[in-house]
Design a binder for this molecule. Sequence first.
Ligand code: G6P
Length: 370
Amino acid sequence: SAAKKDGYDWYMRKEIFEQPRAVADALLGRWSAEGQLQLDELRLSEGELREIDKIVVIGCGTANYSGLVAKYAIEHWTRIPCEVELAHEFRYRDPILTRNTLVVAISQSGETADTLMAIRYAKLQKAKVLAICNTNGSTIPRESDAVIYTHAGPEIAVASTKGFLTQLIACYLLGLYLAQVRGTKFGDEITAVVRELELVPAKVQQQLDRCEEIYALAREHADTRSVLFLGRHAGFPVALEGALKLKELAYIHAEGFAAGELKHGPIALIEEGLPVFCVMPPKGRDQLHDKMASAVQEVRARGARTIALVEEGDDAASYADTVIPLPKVPTLLQPLVAVVPLQLFACELATVMGHDVDQPRNLAKSVTVE
Ligand code: G6P
């Protein structure tokens, strides 16, 4: 009913707008008065965490994409090699697991059969299993050695939104906590990153306050049959998630690519008028921003309609047809703000197309069969 949806037309829209609160709750109580990260529910000792020599992140759908972001952050902060794998592929390829492998299973529902089977396999191989989960007492955290709950509150819409953002928060916290416990050279950065995380709810709110611009853009695309998404670095999983949202909700062809891969194939797809969302890396020391800007110019020269998500103040009008400004955040945290306009776009596009946003065809919120 409308009452349960707080006056929103869809649970999904309501959940998108709950994200500032959800992110704040995911961060609540993680920082001690002494200026240390604390993950109280974790259930793994510092000794066990110091022995970890490999991390494998598993999940399905949106949870897999939060894992892809996690890899960038966790490897950077901890220097522990980190792989990301689809849960349903994992146990069928004879993966190398030892007691010092940490398997991180990400699942909003905690009931996804593919992910559950993967952690059972990992436990048989004696790996340590940590669940990142939104549902207290669900099967995956119960069967894991450790857990970080995401505290997003119930997610009803099939397409994950606040579940995704809070999974990202949990992954960042895990990476920072491992860095703290193991005393890596990035230890000094921990406080600074936590301070940045605390600013994220307000920055997500800023994105939501501009929703009308995104809705107008969605309405312009009501006849679109195909949309591409480009990103680099932590923006690459954002591109994948933006595309997944359109497949799930609008039932149109949508693909996410790493921008550097364009020239190796996908650029052949570009044709007149094709919408291409470009998640631009913030300007930094590594030239990634400028390299991606020239890729965007190339697709524009071939007739694509380029829609760039860029840090405020970036003069993207020189290479993009439409500019969506993003608040300033460190590169590794950019997915938290960059995904929000893409969620709004998919929700609105599916609405104008007349689809059931909360219950897309053929999908289930939680897939409990393999
Ligand atoms: C289903 C849903 C997706 C979700 C995936 C993983 O396929 O339709 O939206 O991302 O399951 O769900 P989980 O609960 O494990 O995060």
